[in-house]
Design a protein. Structure first.
Length: 240
């Protein structure tokens, strides 16, 4: 794992957004695995700004949501589909139909998860997989205990994840289930980049960086991937 530490969250998100622009410049039809969450807000904002400044076309960028909540209404603003449209696919010349999200409104959710796994395969795999990390080590919604070869599937969310994500739901309940790409799905990407900023991530980053590969820390599976970069700010890196 290649680890880069920046003095501030702003510098860390600058770096990641710049790197993403370079990847799009090198491959116009880049296939991006897209994480969500508060850390990604600034990354996507800066990515869109830089794409615009450099007049890079987004018309062929394919995005695959890494996960999606089950049980929200189609137009719910807390859905990750809404998040990714709001931050990326409603901007510039991004094409909304190029954003692929697991079909959490299907009657058979297990089948919908299998179909999503097949979509990842059919497009020829993800070029660059963006990842945040939960304070319990989850990537996507692969909670502790997820197998390293797990595929896209329906999962239950832990109480720690429900508590962490509550601030985004106001008075509404955080859904307790989701469809997520599996860890095995994530590891098939050609390149993985995980970003973590802020003190609240310091303890899990310490376990990830200094600990062994273990399903107790799902993100540690990234150590099995030959092309993984971890981007941190000083706060998130302070215990390593
Ligand atoms: C959610 C997402 C994850 C993301 C995590 C971190 O649980 N499913 O993909 O990595 O949040 O979010 P934040 O950046 O808000 O800490």
């Amino acid at each position: 794992m290649d680890i880069e530490i920046f003095d501030s969250a702003a510098l860390a998100t600058d770096k990641l957004s710049e790197l993403l622009v370079e990847r799009v410049q090198a491959k116009k039809d880049l296939k991006m695995g897209l994480a969500t969450g508060r850390t990604m807000d600034a990354v996507y904002h800066k990515f869109v700004t830089k794409l615009s400044e450099k007049k890079v076309s987004c018309i062929n960028i394919l995005g695959l949501a890494i996960d999606e909540y089950i049980g929200l209404a189609v137009n719910d603003e807390n859905s990750y589909k809404h998040y990714l449209n709001f931050h990326l696919y409603e901007h510039l010349d991004f094409v909304k139909s190029n954003l692929l999200v697991p079909d959490v409104h299907a009657e058979d959710l297990d089948e919908a998860a299998l179909k999503f796994e097949k979509v990842v395969e059919d497009i020829g795999g993800v070029d660059i997989q963006l990842l945040g990390i939960g304070t319990n080590g989850h990537i996507g919604f692969n909670e502790p205990g997820s197998a390293h070869d797990s595929q896209s599937r329906v999962v239950g969310l832990t109480s720690s994840t429900l508590a962490s994500n509550k601030s985004m739901f106001g008075n509404n309940e955080v859904p307790k289930t989701a469809i997520t790409m599996g860890i095995g799905t994530i590891l098939k990407a050609k390149e993985c980049i995980l970003i973590a900023t802020g003190e609240s991530k310091a303890s899990i980053i310490q376990k990830l960086v200094n600990g062994d590969i273990s399903s107790k820390v799902p993100a540690s599976a990234l150590k099995l991937h030959k092309n993984t970069k971890i981007i941190l700010d000083r706060e998130a890196a302070k215990l390593i």
